[in-house]
Design a protein around this ligand. Structure first.
Ligand SMILES: O=C(O)/C=C/C(=O)CC(=O)C(=O)O
Ligand code: MG
Length: 218
């Protein structure tokens, strides 16, 4: 790692690489087949949002969904990283929201168009504080949860992931060179639903970290 402060990884943010349909229960709730290879898409660094600022629903959407996800922060870059050494490339983790304009995504899917408008809008990637890797010794077995206005909406264990974190790092780095400060969103468990203006989203990873965001509109 360079001497820049990893705890503010979003300030140096490079790519945000997202994995979709990585939990069978979520793939099924949206009537998608369970994938046999990871589904990848990207967000840009302008999607980053930290606590204290609101998630902004874009003007062109009437149905933005929450997707709670474990984020993996890359500490050491690489290309074609073997699974066996993949975890050595991890600096730590962050709890993340993959905010998704579901109505726009459905429209893109029906037209065979890319998901950029649905997934990569400004504020579409709220993140928690940085979590050093030592604080999550087994990232493949933690609970991620999300409440909207105090009601539990998502509560899943990362053990339900179809593709593990070492597999994803290896798979992605074969296609896209990973750099330090890149962030990988590892997919969401079931329970996604639309948010409304003034909603409060409160989320956590076990007792490791929690975060709160409110919702506004552009
Ligand atoms: O295929 C769909 O209808 C939706 C897929 C997603 O939004 C995938 C994810 O972002 C995810 O599973 O986390
Ligand atoms: Mg997602």
């Amino acid at each position: 790692m360079t001497s820049r402060n990893v705890s503010r990884f979003w300030e140096w943010g490079k790519k945000i690489i997202c994995v979709g349909r990585n939990y069978a229960d979520h793939a099924k709730e949206l009537n998608n087949a369970v994938p046999t290879e990871p589904v990848l898409f990207l967000k840009t660094p302008s999607a980053y949002l930290t606590e204290g600022s609101p998630i902004l629903i874009p003007k062109y959407s009437n149905s933005v969904h929450h997707e709670i996800e474990l984020g993996v922060v890359i500490g050491k870059g690489g290309t074609a990283i073997p699974q066996s050494s993949a975890m050595q490339h991890v600096a730590g983790y962050a709890l993340c929201l993959d905010m998704t304009a579901r109505d726009v995504q459905n429209d893109c899917k029906s037209k065979g168009l890319p998901w950029t408008l649905a997934k990569a809008f400004n504020t579409s990637c709220p993140v928690s504080e940085f979590i050093p890797k030592e604080r999550i010794p087994d990232p493949g077995n933690v609970t991620i949860w999300l409440k909207v206005n105090d009601q539990m909406r998502q509560n899943g264990c990362t053990s339900q992931m179809i593709f593990s974190i070492p597999f994803l790092i290896s798979y992605i780095s074969e296609i896209i060179t990973l750099e330090e400060w890149d962030l990988i969103l590892t997919g969401t468990p079931k329970g996604v639903s639309a948010v409304q203006v003034h909603d409060e989203l409160h989320a956590g990873i076990d007792d490791v970290v929690s975060m709160t965001f409110t919702v506004g509109r552009l």
